[in-house]
Design a protein around this ligand. Sequence first.
Ligand SMILES: [Fe+2]
Ligand SMILES: [Fe+2]
Length: 159
Amino acid sequence: MGRRGREILDTPVEPIIQALRAAYADEWLAHYYYLHAAQTASGINAPQVASMLTARAGDELTHATRLGERILELGGTLPADWLEIPRLSNSKRIEFPRKTSDVIGILKAVLKAERSAINTYQELSRMTRHKDTVTHELSEELLADEVKDEEHTENLIGD
Ligand SMILES: [Fe+2]
Ligand SMILES: [Fe+2]
């Protein structure tokens, strides 16, 4: 990380890198599980849910990329081994229903993951406020995206 960029941090950098790495792992897991669900969903409502999940999987990968950039800027490292991803992640896995035609069950699992992401970025925003402006702004942008994701998912479920 650039010298001046590091000097302006008003907080130890390690806890922030740790939180960013956990969020990074969460986003990769969401990307993978959403894409898997998109490709395997079956039944009458599958095409609509599949196209939503494919788009969402892309958004979560963009989130992972942006978090990765910030981790590197702060002098942290990205896990080189995929096996580290579930270990670092807050959620470990997303539990989809066994029945691939259970589209409501799939959406409920997505909703749970989106709510967990809201909690993650709310906490990251809180811990960086007035201390690490760049990470703070990133966490607010991602928080806004996850709030939209939650609402969109709720609307599809119809709750
Ligand atoms: Fe995300
Ligand atoms: Fe999301």
